[in-house]
Design a protein around this ligand. Structure first.
Ligand code: SIN
Length: 527
């Protein structure tokens, strides 16, 4: 049989010949090929704590190692720079009547892209209108009337002013993109063909800039009513001096003014997405390019059905008790108790509603989910952050063996990648399909791991990358997130079953994280 084999094929027998031959070889220190079995001092990785990783790979790495190790490699890991997104310059111009979910979509898109580390900013024309009016009022004492008649196209002066505001807002957006931003969202009605033509023409003057129109159409009366109610009850600065009834009546009149001139997108030459009732139907036209396609794919997966997302870490594991990171250890006795108590907590909370449980492929999450009476799915992408050569070590052992690395990781935990393992950024990248699926699904319980749940939690609460590795996700606690129009409500349920505390606060910093609220953000505007 062997004679049929491709002579170039690497067989176990050939590998063992190479191994045997190499075991007797002493490499000349003057040769260009570095000695791989004793890493140079700058690697600092020769200690007894370094697991089999180095030794077992030594033979195969003799021939493949670069003459000079990459400069960023120091110690047992390295800080990996953020990918270069400087070429990405996208204007997302919203289109839609008032109360059709434009700001909701803008906000969701911004959160998603920021989680992926793009620089994103929303430019809201209504906000610019109000801030300019406030300024005028301060300077001249004259208060502009912004009730429904201001939005009538028969009001020539107001129409001129509104056109100017939309143009100025776009100019500010373009300047911001020139200064380094990646995706600027023009949050305005942009409801006529002529307005869209102006946007297209203006953006086309900028080399490498791309426009996508994102139309939000909503013909579901319940959804429109909910959006109107949200507008008049959310502290909208336009209605700060009105009763709710007056505000609602005025807002409905405003919508009528826009309806009189509204033109849905049909311009065949434009790049656009038209989303009907958020998630019911999506039309995609002329979407090209990597980031544009990702934006489209994300928006196609959104829905507005009420649901909750539950996060729980696995029950306390044997490795948790021993203070070790990584591995695939079973649950401790207390961890098993948590697994037994979890079904009652979840069923009390969710009642008869359907729920799906997602676990990683590691046994501590699967064992924690074992008694839950729901459909279960295992995701490789939900496996814990890979600590590479440090897998199975305690933090004390890592600090003792690799003090420089330990300090480097504390300095910039999000960007630090363990040798042979991952950084938090790597985890965010591999979790993107999970986020996409979470957006598509309804009630989901994820039984996961500390680093993984931190990344997912940061997405739902819009937390910055630097804070992400310090989010508190304690053992034996269920976190319930309920998505709302502009964020998530959160409840935490801690079961009275003791567990070790695996949280390491950022050295020398205050541990308080600022969660964003679920109300609509008026970007510093005072109602
Ligand atoms: C507004 O001024 O509130 C919205 C302006 C617009 O985009 O039509």
């Amino acid at each position: 049989m062997d004679s049929d084999r491709n002579p170039r094929e690497v067989t176990p027998a050939k590998l063992s010949l190479v191994d045997n031959a190499l075991s007797g070889v002493k490499l000349d220190p003057h040769l260009a090929v570095p000695r791989v079995h004793t890493p140079p001092a700058m690697f600092g990785a020769g200690g007894p704590m370094l697991k089999q990783f180095d030794q077992s790979n030594a033979a195969s790495r003799v021939g493949s190692q670069a003459a000079t190790p990459p400069r960023s490699v120091v110690g047992i890991g390295n800080k990996v720079a953020k990918p270069d997104y400087s070429e990405a310059k996208i204007v997302v111009a919203m289109v839609g009547l008032p109360a059709r979910g434009k700001s909701y979509l803008s906000n969701k898109l911004m959160r998603y892209l920021k989680w992926l580390e793009y620089d994103v900013k929303v430019f809201n024309v209504g906000q610019l209108r109000r801030s300019r009016a406030r300024q005028k009022a301060q300077e001249s004492g004259k208060h502009e009337d912004h009730t429904a008649s201001y939005f009538s196209h028969d009001n020539v002066e107001a129409t001129r002013l509104r056109d100017q505001l939309a143009t100025d807002s776009l100019d500010m957006l373009i300047q911001w993109l020139r200064d380094g931003g990646n995706v600027g969202i023009h949050d305005a009605t942009n409801s006529t063909r002529s307005r869209r033509a102006k946007i297209e023409e203006r953006v086309a003057q900028e080399k490498g800039f791309v426009t996508i129109f994102l139309e939000s159409v909503c013909d579901d009366p319940a959804l429109i009513a909910a959006n109107v109610a949200l507008k008049v009850s959310s502290g909208d600065p336009d209605y700060k001096d009105m009763s709710r009834e007056e505000a609602k009546a005025d807002f409905l009149r405003r919508i009528k003014q826009y309806e009189a001139v509204y033109e849905t997108i049909t311009e065949p030459h434009l790049s656009y997405l038209r989303i009907i009732n958020v998630g019911n139907q999506v039309t995609v036209c002329r979407i090209h390019g990597y980031l544009q396609s990702r934006i489209a794919f994300y928006l196609m997966n959104l829905h507005l059905k009420p649901r909750s997302i539950f996060f729980s870490r696995h029950g306390e594991s044997q490795y948790n008790v021993e203070g070790k990171i990584g591995g695939d250890s079973p649950l401790s006795e207390r961890g098993q108790k948590y697994a037994t108590a979890l079904p009652a907590l979840i069923t009390d909370n969710i009642g008869d509603a359907p729920l799906t449980v997602w676990t990683s492929t590691l046994q501590r999450t699967i064992l924690t989910a074992q008694h839950l009476p729901y459909n279960k799915l295992t995701w490789k992408s939900l496996d814990e952050l890979d600590a590479g050569v440090c897998d199975g070590m305690t933090y004390e052992e890592i600090e003792h063996a690799y003090p420089d690395d330990f300090a480097h990781r504390d300095e910039d935990k999000f960007n630090y990648r363990y040798r042979g393992g991952e950084s938090y950024r790597d985890v965010v990248v591999r979790l993107e399909p999970v986020i996409m699926e979470l957006e598509r699904q309804e009630n989901i319980l994820i039984i996961g791991h500390q680093a993984i749940l931190r990344c997912l939690y940061a997405y739902f609460h819009n937390l910055p990358q630097a804070d992400l590795p310090y989010i508190k996700i304690p053992l034996h606690t269920v976190i319930k997130l309920t998505p709302k129009a502009y964020g998530c409500d959160e409840e935490r349920y801690t079961l009275p079953i003791g567990a070790v505390d695996t949280h390491r606060p950022k050295p020398g910093s205050s541990p308080q994280l600022q969660l964003s609220g679920t109300g609509r953000e008026y970007y510093g505007e005072k109602a």
